[in-house]
Design a protein around this ligand. Structure first.
Ligand code: TYD
Length: 393
């Protein structure tokens, strides 16, 4: 058997479809189940949701919404310019231009299927293709612009269903000495942190280095370097080169990370069976915490109506009876309701004084949030999190 299901997280909505009304008609739901691929060790959703349902002109996520991400992209852009001196760069999933805008002095091109986002970068005078990344599109881009020194893609390749075509299109679009940099949440960190909310409709895959290596084994691309990042709850920044390019050497650190994954048991089905148990226990423990606080008549708010939190809310059945409302800094989410769980989302203007408990939807920005909310914490305000296990902080 090549594909083995190890966890069923139940019915889920499209995470990006923030609702206009608390009582929507016919909200689309799908079954969120996780699969282990025994050949490649890839971990994926059992059934993918149609990309057109997820990535449209109402796409809510803005890479620039967080200071952490703005600074991370700026720092990376500077270091790539210094190190590789690229003359051209392409970004797959350019979102609101948070990264690609730092390359205005060279040929910089964005690919972004969400029209509302592509419009933002077009207005910034960055040539943007408002399309999905396919071989057909890459041929068009090459014809119109030539090949690229760097292709960068953060939190996007894990969203694209056809990985074979994706990697082939990337390989075709790179110069002989070109590099491809992929940044996506790390499966190892997901397992260690029990952050099962990395799985939702958009995240068709959560990659291990092992799976990425296996997936590209027969392609013209090969991993030569990996950096571990704190962003999005622990990510890998994976550098690929063309196999024919021997100028870039395969780093020892990457090989070390590969063996760390092996030691953890990333290749073994049993690891995922254990993870499934931990997730089920996490659900029970989180509900217990919410019930205890609510039974004492406390208000609980959600802090950051993230896509990730959608998985937790819908899996654990946390609705408006447990979370009074969410606070978020993203304007497109204000006045809406969380998908499936239907909790109101309000504009963040600080945590109100009558609130003593806040569920950390954006747990991946814990440090940034704790810094910002010093006063709330000093006055006895608490955060609830499920990472790495349900607790009150
Ligand atoms: P993000 O990290 O992109 O997570 P996901 O991909 O799971 O949606 O989203 C972070 C969300 O949290 C975004 O809507 C902005 C919000 N947020 C706040 O409201 N306040 C904050 O201080 C931070 C850091 C984020």
């Amino acid at each position: 058997m090549e594909k083995i299901e190890f966890l069923n997280l139940g019915k889920h909505p499209i995470t990006n479809s923030y609702l206009n009304s608390k009582y929507p008609k016919n909200e689309f739901l799908y079954n969120l189940r996780l699969i282990y691929h025994s050949k490649t060790k890839l971990i994926s959703l059992a059934k993918f949701v149609s990309p057109k349902k997820m990535f449209n002109n109402k796409y809510a996520h803005r890479a620039s919404a967080s200071k952490t991400m703005r600074l991370a992209y700026e720092k990376l852009a500077k270091s790539l310019i210094r190190k590789y001196k690229p003359k051209s760069i392409l970004e797959i999933g350019s979102n609101d231009g948070c990264f690609i805008k730092h390359f205005q002095k060279i040929r910089n091109i964005g690919v972004e299927p969400c029209k509302n986002l592509a419009d933002i970068t077009t207005k910034m005078k960055i040539k943007t293709y408002p399309s999905f990344w396919t071989k057909k599109l890459s041929k068009k881009i090459i014809n119109e612009n030539g090949l690229f020194d760097i292709i960068y893609s953060a939190n996007t390749i894990s969203h694209i269903h056809n990985l074979k075509e994706t990697f082939e299109a990337i390989e075709m679009s790179l110069n002989r000495n070109g590099i491809f940099i992929l940044e996506d949440p790390s499966l190892l960190e997901t397992l260690k942190k029990n952050s099962y909310d990395q799985f939702y409709d958009e995240h068709a895959y959560v990659f291990s280095l092992t799976a990425l290596k296996n997936l590209t084994n027969k392609s013209g691309l090969e991993i030569f370097k990996v950096e571990k990042l704190n962003t999005h709850g622990g990510s890998n920044r994976v550098f690929f080169k063309k196999r024919i390019n021997n100028d870039l050497k395969v780093s020892n650190k990457y090989l070390k990370y590969l063996s760390m994954e092996k030691r953890f048991g990333i290749e073994k089905l049993n690891t995922y069976k254990k993870f499934a148990k931990n997730v089920q226990n996490s659900k029970k423990a989180l509900i217990k915490i919410f019930k205890k606080i609510k039974n004492k008549g406390n208000i609980i708010i959600g802090y950051g109506a993230t896509y990730k939190s959608s998985t937790v809310l819908n899996y654990c059945g946390l609705k408006n009876n447990f979370i009074d409302y969410f606070l978020d800094t993203t304007p497109t989410k204000f006045g809406k309701f969380t998908p499936g769980s239907r909790i109101p989302i309000c504009k963040y203007k600080g945590i109100p004084r009558n609130v003593k408990y806040a569920y950390l939807g954006a747990w991946n920005f814990k440090d940034e949030i704790f810094k910002k909310e010093k006063k709330y914490i000093r006055n006895g305000g608490k955060f609830i999190t499920h990472v790495p296990y349900p607790k009150i902080i």
